[in-house]
Design a protein around this ligand. Structure first.
Ligand code: GLU
Length: 471
């Protein structure tokens, strides 16, 4: 088969690391150790199908780094999953967690399966069997390795995994922390489902707050009125598009597996998503122009391009034709190494995946903390906050003799509930990481892109941990 023209996913990640190493003060050999995946297991297991036949499935889980534990990262269900991809994704998790100060190592899992080809009953048996294999090999547990949703999986699969874990390890009082992205009534945290998409929106808001960065791209103002093209209306793409539209951006094109919809007046994202849920794809959607060759639309004129589907979408074949001024990688690895170089040369700013989509793991971290502390965020202080705020309002009103306007009073007197705390923590995390990247970017005249700057920040933090504890 040979190496694909744009290199394998893992090779692309490794080339990115190789480019970054010269900016770091690392002892000889450390960069190799940091970038090498620690352990990858492959499991094969049989499951009985609805028609009583047996089918064997293949899955992987890679722990890329254990410099911090647990190792963290999603489990992906797709027919194209392979070991190289899982290792590349696990590496990205290591850099992602370090960058946004989420104290985990990196991991990722994948199961080679097309979920659409199976009944819910089959998916449950397959998921439980896969989870069992990983638990028995020490690749799932609240203190060593904590999966989460990824492409093709969601809270339903996470519920099956936590239940399987509890059955196998009834003595583990922290069993809820063995996986994140669970339904809220099974130990999940409010705001996790939409966290990655919301994080993308916070990143774009933060970008527009930094006028010098905005000026470099040739854009002006805020996200309001900007023309945005989104590839993929899965969990991440849908929520990113929805929240950006709520910020008055115009989603002018949505690219899906069966075609693309273009509408210069802006697409109603909820309406299109409902159409996809009913019809399986965008084909036939009446409010826009349909294009069969969806990937070609990556080069459609727009201000911001948000690839939120698969890896390897912007390659040497189409990078020269991208017309966006800003590309925000909501998916993992959508731009190949060479394509990234071309975009940089063309002055197109890229906000890299391991920063842009870190909102998911950030809120996973909050969920895990909730699970270990066995209490919902805000439960102890929400009413106390409200009580104190009410007393302050009362004091101000009696001192001034004036009544505070009802809407403002309501706002001041609202205690923090779990959802508002999760959103605040996510916003803070994304904004802080942006500033860390920017600082490194500004410190080095020869760093021309945010990806390299972000990786310098992440690898330096990993190296600092190793300096304290050894390799
Ligand atoms: N699968 C998501 C990612 O790629 C989330 C991982 C997690 O929450 O652990 O970042």
């Amino acid at each position: 088969m040979g190496i694909p023209k744009n290199g394998t996913f893992l090779q692309n990640v490794e080339r990115m690391v190789a480019k970054t190493v010269r900016y770091l003060d690392l002892p000889p050999g450390w960069a190799e150790e940091i970038q090498a995946p620690d352990t990858t297991i492959k499991v094969q297991f049989p499951v009985q199908m609805d028609d009583d036949t047996w089918k064997t499935f293949t899955g992987w889980r890679c722990t890329h780094s254990e410099h911090r534990l647990p190792a963290k990262g999603g489990i992906r269900y797709a027919s194209i999953v392979n070991e190289d991809e899982v290792e590349a994704l696990a590496a990205l998790m290591t850099y992602k967690c370090a960058l946004v100060n989420v104290p985990y190592g990196g991991s990722k899992g994948g199961l080679r399966i097309n979920p659409r080809e199976h009944s819910v009953g089959e998916l449950e048996r397959i998921t439980r069997r896969f989870a069992q294999a990983l638990i028995n090999k020490g690749f799932i547990g609240p203190s060593d390795n904590v999966p989460a949703p990824d492409m093709g999986t969601g809270e339903r699969e996470m519920a099956w995994i936590v239940d399987t874990y509890q059955t196998l390890k009834p003595e583990d009082i922290n069993y809820l922390g063995c996986v994140t992205g669970k339904p809220v009534d099974m130990g999940g945290v409010r705001g996790r489902t939409e966290a990655t998409g919301r994080g993308v929106m916070y990143v774009i808001r933060e970008f527009f707050r930094n006028v010098d960065d905005v000026a470099r791209t040739g854009l002006t103002g805020t996200v309001a009125g900007k023309k945005i093209v989104v590839q993929g209306l899965g969990n991440v793409g849908y929520h990113a598009a929805k929240f950006l539209a709520e910020d008055d951006a115009k989603i002018i094109a949505v690219l899906e597996w069966d075609g693309a919809i273009v509408n210069e007046d802006g697409i109603d994202i909820d309406d299109l998503r409902q159409w996809i849920d009913v019809h399986g794809g965008v084909t036939g959607y009446p409010y826009g122009t349909y294009h069969l060759e969806s990937r070609k639309l990556l080069t459609y004129p727009c201000d911001i391009l948000v690839p939120a589907a698969l890896e390897g979408q912007i390659t040497v074949e189409n990078a020269a034709d991208i017309q966006a001024r800003l590309v925000v990688e909501a998916a993992n690895g959508p731009i190949t190494y060479e394509a990234d170089r071309i975009l940089n040369e063309r002055g197109i700013m890229v906000i890299p995946d391991f920063y842009a989509n870190a909102g998911g793991v950030t809120v996973s971290y909050f969920e895990w903390i909730k699970n270990l502390s066995h209490i919902r965020f805000g439960r102890m202080q929400r009413r106390l906050d409200e009580f104190r705020a009410a007393a302050i309002v009362e004091a101000i009103e009696s001192a001034t003799g004036k009544e505070i306007e009802a809407k403002l009073k309501h706002h001041i007197m609202q205690g923090s509930d779990e959802l508002s705390m999760v959103r605040s923590g996510l916003d803070d995390t994304m904004r802080e990481a942006y500033q860390e990247i920017k600082e490194t970017f500004n410190e080095h005249n020869d760093i021309v892109d945010f990806r390299t700057a972000a990786l310098v920040v992440a690898m330096q933090k990993i190296a600092n941990t190793h300096k304290r504890i050894g390799l």
